[in-house]
Design a protein around this ligand. Structure first.
Ligand code: 13P
Ligand code: SF4
Length: 321
């Protein structure tokens, strides 16, 4: 019997102990694994650093590693590459995009921006490199209020792409801003009604939320913050139980850091697992291993936008120091 090409093609064999193999590759490549809290627990456990978007950017800006393995979504790995144009930046699955970044197409945004030439552009880091290159300052959910408060009161501002974070920042700062109408499919999925029903079942539970959630959810939250801020809050709060309105990947760290407390994921509107980010969850430990072993998929940034995309990120890092 003749062997066909497809029958003979061997997939790359996976080692039995992926954790040990990844640790070895970290040494061989002088690589660092940076992971967001929304990654699956195994990836969080193998990471050298786990954090929110700001923390991850700060790590990427200062790392001495030659290779950055980014366990997160595309815009996060892109930010690491913009900060490190000469380093190899790997993303375990190139399809790990972001609905919020997709909700701001560069051509449409360029037209919006040129219709308001007297406005300064602040863009949430959850956007593509093209949008960053059209922005004056990048922000994250942990420093958006702080950065807007540093701008002169008469400065007109465009805030893109997340309308929910934009609305939250307006309420916190008392500033009017022109909002791009983008949003995240995960954070807009939470049901206010189901969450309140859950709260009636657990009256002792505190509702905590990420500012990408809609105003109807945020108004019930006793604490609103970035993923890192939520994690710090559950440690210091007197409460033992929390309803967590953000991607439930963060609960892995919450349970590790305060094992005696209880965490309930806020329920989505439909009967689905749509409170899990479908992009973040594309990365797996196997894909992370293969990305390191084969040194691909690699993130690249077009030379034409590299400098323009870098400047507003550097401005953010300076303004939040
Ligand atoms: P953080 O700023 O909390 O990391 O938020 C990132 C994100 O993608 C939320 O959806
Ligand atoms: Fe993007 Fe939403 Fe996923 Fe965050 S949770 S990466 S904003 S799709």
């Amino acid at each position: 019997m003749f062997a066909t090409a497809s029958a003979t093609a061997q997939p790359t064999a996976l080692p039995k102990d992926l954790f040990a193999a990844i640790e070895q590759l970290k040494k061989d490549l002088n690589a660092v694994v940076l992971a967001h809290y929304y990654q699956e627990p195994d990836i969080q456990d193998i990471a050298d650093y786990i954090g929110d978007s700001l923390g991850l950017s700060q790590q990427a800006a200062t790392t001495k590693a030659d290779v950055i393995v980014f366990a997160g979504v595309h815009f996060m790995a892109e930010t690491a590459k913009i900060l490190n144009p000469d380093k190899l930046v790997l993303l375990p699955d190139l399809e790990a995009g972001c609905s919020l970044a997709d909700s701001c197409p560069p051509d449409d945004f360029a037209a919006f921006k040129s219709a308001h030439p007297d406005h300064l552009v602040i863009s949430y880091i959850n956007c593509t490199a093209e949008i960053k290159a059209m922005s004056d300052i990048i922000c994250t959910s942990s420093n958006a209020v702080q950065l807007v408060n540093q701008l002169p009161l008469d400065q007109k501002i465009i805030f893109a792409p997340d309308r929910n974070l934009g609305r939250y920042v307006m309420a916190q700062t008392g500033r009017e801003m022109l909002l791009w109408q983008g949003s995240c499919i995960v954070h807009e999925t939470f049901s206010e009604k189901k969450m309140l029903r859950l709260k009636m079942e657990h009256p002792d539970a505190e509702i905590i939320a990420h500012p990408e959630c809609e105003a109807a959810v945020l108004r019930h939250a006793s604490f609103i913050g970035s993923t890192t801020a939520l994690l710090k809050y559950v440690e210091r709060s007197q409460s033992d139980r929390f309803i967590v309105a953000t991607e439930p990947g963060i609960i892995h760290q919450m349970e590790k850091q305060v094992p005696k407390k209880h965490f309930i994921p806020a329920p989505p509107e439909a009967n689905c697992a749509c409170n899990e980010c479908p992009y973040m969850r594309l990365n797996t430990l196997e894909k992370l291993y293969l990305a390191m072993k084969n040194q691909t998929p690699e993130i690249t940034i077009p030379a034409a936008i590299q400098d323009d995309a870098l400047a507003p990120i550097v401005r953010m890092l300076e303004m939040s120091a």
